[in-house]
Design a protein around this ligand. Structure first.
Ligand SMILES: *[C@@H]1O[C@H](CO)[C@@H](O)[C@H](O)[C@H]1NC(C)=O
Ligand SMILES: *[C@@H]1O[C@H](CO)[C@@H](O)[C@H](O)[C@H]1NC(C)=O
Length: 927
């Protein structure tokens, strides 16, 4: 007896110390919280994230759920193209449960409920869509730690701003939740249900030492857990249950169950994010006292799973006794979004089936993170600057890249560009740089870098290297001269010394090494050879130069003569920008080149085939000698665009390359002509396709969505991919061109001004087209990217409706498409704005998605409009819905069976905030 109680004491103390141990390893973060505290109801210690999350701000939650401290505040993150990450320390290869929860609270005036993406490392975890103020949305993932830390990141908001309420990390023990696939898959928890629960409260810590959340089967959110068979009864026991099998469900959960007293137990539930492959567990324990001749035997009837469905469950036998856990599970079973399952008593059984708990998780394929070596190097370089702590969270490339790196689209992604110009980087460039084989550009100029150049001989893709204005020392290694892709090397204002490798002095490479007192050119022999070549080249250049000078002078004389005649202004500014272009150097990264007027005359057959009218003049079709088809845009009003400006614009244009922007091939400035030569787009303008009745093929909805997405990507690139960013200022359907494959490209951005140019954002003339012009810009001349967003909103409305932006027949003189669409959409009537040719061929839900974002784009105030990135996501969403590939995630997380009506509510809620409408009746007659 004594030894038995001693044994008990030992067991008990083991258990308690083990429980305490679990507890101490928990990480419970109260996002947005302002202090650390212990939750009296659970005894869990919560920590505020204020010490380690610098991004975003703490926001008071209106109307929090109950009085849980964790939900009184949330952390809102800025709406931008970045990701915001919490890094959690883990023990490599240990299994964990990570849980993020979200409670938004009431909407403030003008808000919309947020929708954004949640990532675990590079793997998409969930789309968080908030539909109810007081509901706590819970996302859980079970994973085996791939390294010593894991990142939980928020990004890519489609509405509202990303936010989080709590983040919890719970280590698991031993082989809990081990799967055969854990090297490649995470387990996303879709359901964990406690059957026969005494109340609606979930069971969690301290009842579950691992703090899993076991939902009560009494909570029946719509479509969540329904379809109970008649005769289902709830049973319970106070006896202890042996649960030490594998997953250690809490005793409290196992002490309750449901029984199908008439022989059947059946349920239906929705599985978020399914169809998919699942890991499924059933938890059984016999908690009724069966009579001597009684048996409980049953089979899984539905879903039919070969190898399993014929197996007869006899809990007490399977578990070797009553009050003991029996835990059959399915390692990999394919399940639908709606799971109907049922157990049926076998004929020779006296009792009906019994079920204590159920757990289902989806296998989520782990997405690759950035190449580890690349990642290590950029982290090492980044850590040399105290300026970029915030821009160094999470993975460098996925889901969105850090602002200062560019990434390839490979799997795993590789880093192609590091841009840390003037970012206060101190110390030596890490030697590991040599591992970044995919690197094409390295910008580290204007920092405080010291030491020698690291080995870069492996970097065969390296094109551009900026190391100027640092304190680098040592020799220039000879391999620099033979890096196969090197086009430009800037090392001026450093303290390099020794001989310059011969290859660097070739004409192919732009090489600036000024102000390195210790550097000198190579020895005589090389020098002579180089000299001979250089002289040869120079002589040729000189001849060319003289020739062009003569030509230029002639031209200049004519032009200035002309100007003097016209304006009484003498002389004109020197053409400083042109050398920059004509040097054919890499600075203009592009390929735009000078094309002589005579050549253009020949190509266009003396400007005979006019194909359109651009903003400043006519556009002609042409075909170059090499067969390339071109569109030649002439500008008939050169006086309003001086030479200097023209050259600047060409310089700007030729630096911009994007799949969704019409590429500039060349330019010409001769006599009074300013001409830009673009690639010819075979399928004309979007305007013709929508509004020109003679076009035979009407665009279907998917084609329109694809065009919208392409054009949006082009604009997004102008806004965010160019430095300085560019505002198009004249977005309209006639500036969206379609190539031979019907892919859209944005044109006419050449005359967009650099956003930087007017730093005050005040410009003298409102440029733009009636019907597309941002009323806010028109009213106060404040030019931002959001003006383009407004115009793009109008384009979206045209795509939906097939109507023109202004039309007296359609809307009367006082109205335009925005007023018209807004008033109908506000009534929830999207059918009436749809192009008649679309009605009944499309999913209304998909139209709604676009209508919704279009309405946000044409919001009165720029600040309330989305960024192009969000617009793109919405369009992609709409395509998915239309194609039917949209999974039913939204359905389930909304907890509503009528997503469309909830959308309408969402939409109406933001339409309710009305601001004085400037665009009404005071449309400018611009141009
Ligand atoms: C347990 O079951 C009994 C009936 O068997 C019932 O009266 C009691 O309320 C149940 N207790 C709980 C906590 O569900
Ligand atoms: C589960 O099985 C299916 C079909 O047999 C297979 O395609 C899938 O890859 C498996 N899932 C996992 C996570 O291995």
């Amino acid at each position: 007896m004594g030894s038995f109680s001693l044994f008990l004491v030992v067991v008990l103390s083991l258990f308690t110390s083990y429980a305490v141990c679990q507890f101490e390893e928990f990480i419970s973060i109260d996002c947005g919280g302002t202090s650390n505290y212990t939750d009296p109801s659970t005894g869990l210690a919560w920590i505020s994230d204020s010490g380690f999350m610098e991004n975003g701000k703490s926001v008071e939650v209106e109307n929090p759920n109950g009085n849980k401290v964790q939900y009184q505040k949330r952390r809102d993150f800025p709406i931008d193209s970045r990701k915001h990450c919490y890094t959690l320390n883990t023990e490599e290869r240990r299994r964990y449960l990570v849980r993020a929860t979200f409670q938004y609270g009431s909407l403030e005036n003008g808000d919309t409920y947020p929708q954004f993406q949640l990532y675990l490392d590079a793997t998409k975890w969930a789309t968080v869509s908030i539909y109810e103020a007081s509901r706590i949305y819970v996302k859980e993932m079970i994973f085996r730690a791939p390294s010593d830390s894991i990142d939980v990141c928020l990004c890519c908001a489609t509405t509202g701003s990303p936010f989080m309420s709590t983040l919890e990390l719970r280590p698991l023990n031993l082989s809990m939740y081990a799967t055969d696939f854990e090297d490649n898959f995470f387990l996303k928890v879709a359901a964990r249900i406690n059957f026969g629960a005494p109340s609606e409260d979930a069971v969690r810590y301290p009842d579950d030492p691992y703090d899993r959340i076991w939902d009560s089967d009494l909570i029946r959110r719509q479509n969540y857990l329904v379809g109970v068979a008649t005769g289902t009864e709830r049973i319970n026991t106070t006896n202890n249950i042996q649960v030490g099998t594998r997953e250690y469900p809490p005793v409290k959960v196992m002490q309750t169950a449901v029984v199908g007293t008439e022989g059947v137990l059946s349920y239906r539930l929705n599985l978020e994010d399914f169809p998919g492959d699942a890991r499924a567990y059933a938890y059984f324990a016999e908690i009724e006292n069966l009579g001597k001749n009684e048996t409980r035997k049953f089979k899984l009837e539905q879903p039919f799973i070969a190898d399993y469905s014929n197996a007869v469950v006899n809990i007490a036998e399977n578990a070797n006794g009553s009050y003991t856990l029996y835990e059959p599970s399915y390692m990999n079973v394919s399940l639908q979004f709606v799971l109907s399952f049922s157990f049926r008593r076998t004929r020779d059984s006296s009792r009906g089936p019994l079920l204590n708990a159920l757990e289902i998780s989806k296998y989520v394929q782990i997405a690759p993170k950035t190449d580890r070596q690349d990642s290590n190097v950029v982290n090492a370089i980044g850590s040399l600057s105290s300026d970029i702590v915030l821009e160094r969270k999470g993975d460098p490339c996925v889901p969105t890249p850090w602002e200062w790196v560019n990434c390839s689209t490979n799997t795993p992604p590789r880093i192609t560009k590091i841009n840390l110009s003037r970012r206060n980087v101190k110390g030596e460039i890490p030697n590991e740089l040599k591992n970044m084989e995919a690197l094409t550009e390295l910008w580290l100029d204007g920092n405080l870098l010291t030491g020698q150049l690291p080995d870069m001989s492996n970097l065969i893709n390296l094109k551009i290297v900026h190391l100027e204005n640092n304190k680098l020392t040592g020799p220039l290694p000879s391999y620099l001269g033979s890096l196969p892709s090197l086009q430009a090397l800037f090392i001026q204002n450093n303290s390099f010394n020794g001989e310059i490798p011969a290859g660097l002095l070739s004409a192919k490479i732009i090489f600036n090494y000024d102000n390195n007192p210790g550097l000198h050119r190579g020895n005589k022999k090389h020098f002579k050879l180089m000299l001979a070549i250089s002289i040869g080249v120079l002589v040729i250049l000189l001849i060319l130069f003289l020739a062009s000078l003569v030509l230029l002078c002639n031209l200049r004389r004519k032009t200035s003569q002309q100007k003097r005649d016209e304006n009484g202004i003498s002389g004109s500014k020197p053409l400083t920008g042109s050398s920059f272009l004509r040097g054919g150097s890499l600075m203009d990264e592009g390929t735009a080149y000078y094309i002589a007027l005579s050549e253009l005359k020949e190509a266009t057959n003396d400007f005979s085939k006019k194909i359109g009218k651009g903003s400043f003049g006519s556009v002609y079709y042409g075909k170059m000698r090499d067969g390339k088809e071109i569109a030649v845009k002439t500008m008939t009003d050169p006086s309003s665009h001086g030479n200097q400006q023209f050259v600047n614009e060409v310089a700007l244009l030729s630096r911009i390359h994007h799949r969704n922007l019409v590429p500039l091939i060349g330019y010409c400035e001769e006599e009074y002509q300013h001409i830009l030569v673009y690639e010819y787009m075979h399928n004309g303008t979007l305007r013709d396709h929508i509004h020109d009745c003679s076009t035979e093929m009407k665009l279907d909805w998917l084609a329109r969505l694809r065009i919208a997405e392409d054009a949006a990507k082009g604009l997004e690139y102008l806004h965010t991919g160019c430095n300085p960013s560019i505002i198009h200022r004249d977005v309209k359907t006639s500036n969206i061109l379609l190539d031979i494959n019907m892919r859209a490209k944005v044109s006419d951005f050449g005359l967009s001004r650099l956003a930087e140019e007017d730093l005050t954002h005040i410009s003298s003339v409102a440029r733009g087209t009636v019907g597309y012009l941002d009323p806010e810009y028109y009213a106060n001349q404040q030019l931002t990217e959001k003006s383009d967003v407004y115009s793009f909103g109008v384009v979206l409305l045209e795509l939906i409706s097939g109507r023109k932006p202004v039309s007296i027949e359609d809307y009367g003189p006082e109205m335009n498409i925005v007023h018209w669409a807004r008033s109908l959409i506000r009534k929830g009537d999207v059918i009436s704005i749809m192009d008649p040719s679309l009605v009944s061929h499309v999913k209304t839900e998909s139209i709604w998605r676009v209508a919704e974002i279009a309405m946000q784009c044409v919001e009165q105030h720029g600040a309330s409009r989305p960024r192009m990135q969000e617009v793109i996501l919405a369009i992609q969403d709409a395509s998915k819905i239309e194609k039917g590939t949209e999974n039913q995630l939204k359905l389930s997380s909304s907890g509503s069976s009528k997503p469309q009506s909830s959308r309408k509510t969402l939409l109406t809620s933001f339409l309710e905030i009305e601001s004085p409408d400037l665009s009404n009746s005071c449309l400018p007659s611009a141009r």
